[in-house]
Design a protein around this ligand. Structure first.
Ligand SMILES: Cc1ncc(COP(=O)(O)O)c(C=O)c1O
Length: 369
């Protein structure tokens, strides 16, 4: 308590010496204090997943992206997309940011827009969780859930977002799928953070992709830092073409089935993912993803969304492929609170044929009927 009071007094003191109307004087310990919400994005902890590391004889590390201020890895992309729009002169004070998103980029954008004085319009497929839609509304975004149709359909949420921006004054479509400022966020922040946090001893990285920004940016950063020796794999859920695309050397784009995961899986090669160096791919069925949701909660105390848990399954498989003694990392994209009415509901899991995938010793964690 006393320490907290002293710290807050120190900050008040720091503020009192700043000059009104000028960029605030950095607080006393500029390394410890982040400048506003944008300054709090990134620099997330790297967590050793103990039980999985011990089981594989490798170090399996998850980057805790759910600790970003908007609660997901997409805060990084949101910040870079807005900054790029500002720097290009397209986004002017009081303007509107428009995006098509499965939810997390929208949540990141809504936070950044509030912090910088912009309006935020979000088009999203109506298949996404109610928790994400409600959160976007609470954050003040103008949310427009629309029927989930393929990218080739003019009514796809991305095309609607673009059209809205084109037909409104001072509105910018941030275009997260094909605007490579998304990838840049990870090439300039997430990748270098991972390299520094592992002291340059990183044998493998793997994650799933939605826009491709995370995987492509981190691949670029790690390949540059390691001179090409860090192996980078793509992880893919059912219903996505990317596993077939990577394993066929780009010759095939086949898909089958569908997935309960949100925000990942793709039917095309986005500009963010194009020309990315990848060493392999891992397909993860929903049964293994769901089992990992409950295992990570029961054994590691980590309450993570399905894409994070798919990533951890893939990191486990990659560790086994690389062999004992290796260091393998992935990203823990967001928390499970965003999906809890689905993932932690017995009837929802049964409806998807996934209740049996939860290990019997973890079934007490399925909290809702
Ligand atoms: C929960 C979640 N995980 C993973 C991703 C994929 O990240 P990226 O778009 O950088 O490929 C997203 C994207 O929206 C997401 O919402």
């Amino acid at each position: 308590m006393r320490a907290a009071r002293a710290a807050s007094a120190a900050l008040r003191g720091a503020r009192s010496v700043s000059t009104v109307g000028v960029v605030p004087t950095p607080p006393i310990d500029a390394g410890a204090v982040r400048l506003g919400l944008p300054g709090a994005v990134g620099n997330t902890p790297l967590i050793r997943l103990n039980s999985l590391s011990e089981e594989t004889g490798c170090e399996i590390l998850g980057k805790a992206e759910f600790l970003n201020p908007g609660g997901s890895i997409k805060d990084r992309a949101a910040l870079f997309l807005v900054k790029a729009a500002e720097e290009s002169g397209k986004l002017k004070p009081g303007g509107t940011v428009v995006e098509g998103t499965a939810g997390n980029t929208g949540i990141g954008l809504a936070h950044v827009c509030n912090a910088r004085g912009y309006k935020c319009v979000i088009y999203m497929p109506d298949t996404q969780s109610q928790e994400k839609i409600s959160l976007l509304r609470v954050l003040g975004a103008d949310v427009r859930p629309v029927p989930a149709v393929p990218f080739t359909d003019p009514m796809n949420y991305n095309h609607l977002a673009m059209e809205y921006a084109e037909s409104h004054e001072n509105a910018v479509w941030t275009n997260q799928f094909d605007n490579v400022n998304n990838r840049r966020a990870h090439e300039e922040t997430t990748g270098p953070e991972l390299w520094a946090q592992t002291g340059g001893k990183l044998d493998g990285f793997v994650c799933a992709t939605g826009t491709g920004g995370t995987l492509a940016g981190i691949s670029r950063a790690l390949k540059a830092a390691s001179g090409g020796s860090t192996k980078v794999f793509l992880a893919d859920p059912p219903g996505s073409v990317l596993y077939s695309w990577v394993t066929s050397g780009g010759a095939k784009m086949e898909r089958s089935g569908s997935s309960i995961t949100e925000g990942i899986g793709q039917g095309r090669i986005t500009d963010n993912l194009a020309d990315t160096e990848l060493d392999g791919a891992i397909h993860v069925p929903d049964e293994r993803t769901v089992a990992m949701v409950f295992r990570l909660l029961a054994e590691e105390g980590l309450f993570l969304g399905a894409s994070s848990c798919l990533n951890v399954v893939a990191a486990y498989d990659m560790a086994q492929r690389l062999g004992p003694g290796k260091v393998v990392s992935t990203v823990l994209c967001d928390g499970a609170a965003r999906y809890q009415s689905r993932l932690f509901s017995r009837s929802w899991l049964e409806d998807k044929g996934l209740f049996e995938a939860v290990a019997p010793e973890h079934r007490h964690l399925v909290a809702f009927d």
